[in-house]
Ligand binder design. Structure first.
Ligand code: PLP
Ligand code: COI
Length: 344
């Protein structure tokens, strides 16, 4: 029998994938180049019009964020560490010469759009409402310089797992000759332009039945950087290692949270350092993390002609312990001594 939620919106909660479903409304506001952001408004979900000379269309002056709203076991709507997203937006705005967004305005915008689209938040256990804030140069500009006007909008979509069959684990290929980001580029912020370049290597490895690409550092091609659009972790004994943030790796909020949980609650020695690609052949378990990916177990990693299979091809127990620890926080199934979950 259809639940009350299912009757309200036309979404099949049992079949959610990571794809865009139209919802009720979008949050939108604008700002002149040297101006202040005005509090925005909700507009009906749909296409927006934009100048053909917009900075974002011509020169990629834009960034995005990714957040999730979950229904929690206490009947609240929970959002994980939104002030971290607000800070990351602003570090991206500085790097891309866009006006920074006051944290208060960012959080008001999130609350407004989530409340208005509440019916699209999946029932507990079925997925989440993915929030996609975008900040971009919407004003016309022909020379390569900052646009005269900016738009901040947030659209939302109910989503399921980022990787197909995520919880049974994924198979990855370490690529050479394709890099995600150079050291002093924009890899450390969520610049829109960081992502299109990854589509071709991802397409290539998917034809070989891999789920995603693992990037090495652009300077020496020796050290693991990221798993497509997720951060990488390797477990060996009681050590949990993740590549250090050196400017080319996106400082993931789930990454930061896992490192904290692993060190304080799960007894790991946490190491943020360079992770040499050869180390993948010595690890006990590996996984990747992100808002979209949550914690996704890695079953195998292939580098050149060598393939490492973790835990005899099963999902790692230690990975699942960390997954459960994180999910319990996200779903208010345990105390949150860190004050990470904001409810609305
Ligand atoms: N790495 C990249 C390149 C990303 O785009 C993302 C997604 O935001 C992540 C890692 C994970 O970051 P977070 O945990 O903040 O979602
Ligand atoms: C996220 O995890 O939220 C991301 O932004 C990664 C990806 C969907 C691009």
């Amino acid at each position: 029998m259809a639940t009350e939620l299912e009757e309200k919106v036309d979404v099949n909660w049992d079949d959610l994938t990571f794809s865009a479903t139209p919802t009720k409304s979008i949050y939108l506001t604008t700002c002149k180049e040297d101006g202040q952001w005005k509090p925005g408004e909700l507009i009906p979900y749909g296409d927006i019009s934009i100048s053909p000379a917009a900075g974002v269309l011509n020169y990629g002056q834009g960034l995005f964020e990714g957040m999730k709203a979950y229904r929690t076991s206490k009947g609240n709507i929970g959002i994980f560490r939104p002030s971290e997203n607000a800070k990351r937006v602003n570090s991206g705005c500085r790097r891309l010469c866009m006006p920074e967004i006051p944290e208060e305005l960012f959080w008001d915008a999130i609350r407004l759009v989530v409340k208005d689209n509440e019916e699209y938040i999946p029932p507990i256990g079925k997925g989440a409402l993915y929030l996609r804030p975008l900040v971009f140069g919407s004003g016309p500009v022909l020379g390569v310089k900052p646009a005269p006007e900016y738009t901040f909008l947030i659209y939302v979509s109910p989503v399921g797992p980022y990787f197909k069959g995520a919880m049974s684990g994924i198979h990855l290929k370490v690529v050479e000759n394709f890099h995600r980001a150079p050291q002093y580029g924009t890899g450390g912020v969520k610049a829109i332009g960081n992502y299109a370049g990854g589509m071709y290597p991802a397409r290539l490895v998917k034809t070989e039945e891999f789920s995603e690409v693992v990037y090495l550092d652009a300077r020496e091609e020796k050290y693991i950087e990221e798993v497509g659009a997720a951060n990488f972790f390797l477990i060996k004994g009681d050590v949990l290692a993740s590549p250090e943030l050196d400017g080319s790796i996106l400082p993931g909020i789930i990454r930061k949270s896992i490192l904290h949980l692993a060190g304080t609650e799960f007894g790991y020695k946490v190491e943020e350092r360079k992770v040499h690609v050869d180390e993948i052949f010595e690890g006990d378990e590996a996984f990747c993390s992100g808002t979209a990916a949550v914690i996704t177990p890695i079953i195998s990693m292939t580098y050149r002609d060598r393939k490492m299979i973790y835990c005899d091809g099963e999902v790692g127990k230690k990975t699942m312990e960390l997954y459960d620890g994180l999910m319990q926080l996200l779903l208010e199934q345990r105390d949150d001594p860190y004050g990470w979950l904001e409810t609305i």
